[in-house]
Design a protein around this ligand. Structure first.
Ligand code: NAD
Length: 491
């Protein structure tokens, strides 16, 4: 059986506790590897190594060279994309059909931010003071703790690691305890690219046992976090005690809104991809489908038809559309929400139970499920489920669609399906979400900022502005001639 140690200061090291935990293949339910169960001691070791690197060798490396290292990493990621994809499928249960493209695409984040590394420029300010030269420098923050969720480990990591390294920071990564393997294995690629030791470290274990001590560690200067709003809030509170900046990429309850003038079939496919792709385990899931009443009945009928034909089963098969749920607690949570929806009066028109048919192994399959007669104040419409459960809510007017769409605590993403450009523009302005898609869904890119409004988060990942999340600005004042001025008056 494979074992994964911590990667600290360029070396594979045993957990100081001597403890390990199992990682399972969600499709088969079989344990396929053992992962180091880290503690505060391991977090300390990694944070110190990252700090030494930050102040030592890494600080000596010019931005152009940092960029070249990131571009080299991009090339290695491309070369290893197939292996990384299979690893994500084994540890996570994601579809190979999706992961093959996604792992290849990861390289673009490293390439893009590699290119940006030596384009971080300060400014010479037109000072209002005579005899003074004033300019700004943008400097790295230090050691960044990167804590990620289980649903897309390598993608969520790229969103943090690429801009943070480009900006000159060092990293301690803590992947989810459910899917640690790919991030740990990624360290081999980092080493091959030639990053100095200690610049990138990866430790594994439980959130409270190693994640929290990492957040609290005095050498950690920022946390870049992706996960639930509950853990995000706790990390934000801990960061407040240290007056430490955070980036928080949290949950969502995104509305996918279909108007009667939309391309009907494109909207059906968009609604399905919004919720059943990745078995609904995506932060951007379009879990609330708002459909204009005039087409509601016909739309639901077609949805049920298409979703009902989805192939459920082996994530390694290219024919599979819906794979297993990644973790046992998540599987139970989804089933609980199905009961909650029924108890609250929603009507189940598709699925609503575990899938045990052809192609199912282990105990992690849930049928694609659609609820109608959902009111937006029901728990199934307000709370993030993170599974293949769609709530359909009818609306009459554009104003009502906006009102329902915005009436949740989250604001991560929203979809709009319409053939009218004016409506597309109005909706994209009025929806309170970090991303609005019109006539498409689930599109992300290394060059487009991503992040949440409201309880969905804080800060942005991807796009040029993401590098600023890992920089701080220094203003430098140089007097052109020295004078012994009155010391009791502010200059
Ligand atoms: P989670 O919050 O349970 O765990 C996320 C990570 O935080 C894990 O690595 C965990 O070990 C760690 N952690 C938990 N408590 C901690 C603490 N007190 N201190 C430090 N680390 C701690 O989330 P999850 O179940 O892994 O992921 C699902 C959630 O992630 C969903 O809410 C989903 O919407 C969200 N998500 C958001 C985005 C986004 O970009 N906005 C992307 C993917 C997933």
């Amino acid at each position: 059986m494979k074992t994964y140690q911590h990667y600290i200061n360029g070396e594979w090291v045993e957990p100081s506790s001597g403890e390990w935990f199992d990682t399972e293949n969600p499709y088969t339910g079989e344990v396929w590897a053992k992962v180091a169960r880290g503690s505060a001691q391991d977090a300390d070791r990694a944070a110190r190594a990252a700090k030494v690197a930050f102040e030592g060798e890494w600080a000596e490396i010019r931005p152009t060279q940092r960029g070249k290292l990131l571009v080299k990493l991009a090339e290695i990621v491309e070369r290893e994309a197939g292996r990384l994809a299979e690893l994500e499928v084994r540890d996570n249960g994601k579809l190979i059909a999706e992961m093959s493209a996604q792992t290849k695409y990861l390289a673009e984040w490293y390439r893009y931010f590699g290119g940006l590394a030596d384009k971080v420029e300060g400014a010479v300010l037109p000072s209002d003071r005579p005899g003074v030269f004033n300019f700004t420098r943008h400097e790295p923050l230090g050691v960044i703790a990167m804590i990620t969720a289980w649903n897309s480990p390598l993608l969520l990591l790229a969103w943090k690691l690429a801009p943070a390294l480009a900006a000159g920071n060092t990293a301690v990564i803590k992947p989810s305890e459910f899917t640690s393997a790919s991030s740990l294995e990624f360290m081999e690629l980092v080493a091959e690219a030639g990053f100095p030791r200690g610049v990138v470290n990866c430790i594994s274990g439980m959130g409270l046992e190693i994640g929290q001590p990492l957040v609290d560690h005095p050498e950690v200067s920022k946390v870049a976090f992706t996960g639930s709003d509950v853990a995000g809030q706790r990390i934000y509170e801990s960061a407040a005690k240290k007056i430490m900046p955070v980036t928080l990429e949290l949950g969502g309850k995104s509305p996918n809104i279909v108007f009667e003038d939309a391309d009907f079939e494109a909207a059906v496919m968009g609604a399905i991809s919004g919720i059943f792709a990745a078995t609904g385990q995506t932060c951007i899931a379009g879990s609330r489908l708002l459909v204009q009443r005039s087409i509601h009945e016909k739309f639901v009928k077609r949805l049920v038809e298409v979703a009902g034909e989805a192939n459920i089963g082996d994530p390694m098969s290219l024919e599979t559309h819906v794979g297993p749920v990644t973790t046992p607690p998540q599987y139970q949570k989804i089933l609980d929400y199905i009961d909650i929806a029924r108890d609250d009066g929603a009507k189940c028109v598709l699925g609503g139970k575990p899938y045990t048919g052809e192609g199912a192994r282990g105990k992690r399959f849930i049928e694609p499920t659609i609820f109608t007669e959902v009111r937006n104040d029901m728990r199934i419409a307000q709370e993030e489920v993170f599974g293949p459960i769609l709530s359909v809510i009818p609306f009459d007017t554009e104003e009502e669609a906006v009102e329902i769409g915005n009436d949740v605590v989250f604001g991560l993403a929203a979809g709009v399906w319409t053939s009218e450009i004016g409506r597309a523009l109005r909706m994209s302005e009025k929806l309170k979400a970090g991303t609005v898609w019109v006539n498409t869904y689930r599109a992300v890119s290394f060059m487009s900022p991503f992040g949440g409004y409201k309880r969905s988060g804080q800060g942005r990942e991807s796009g040029k502005e993401a590098i600023k999340e890992f920089l701080q600005t220094k203003s430098v004042w140089i007097a052109q001639q020295t004078t012994a001025a009155n010391p009791f008056i502010m200059r």
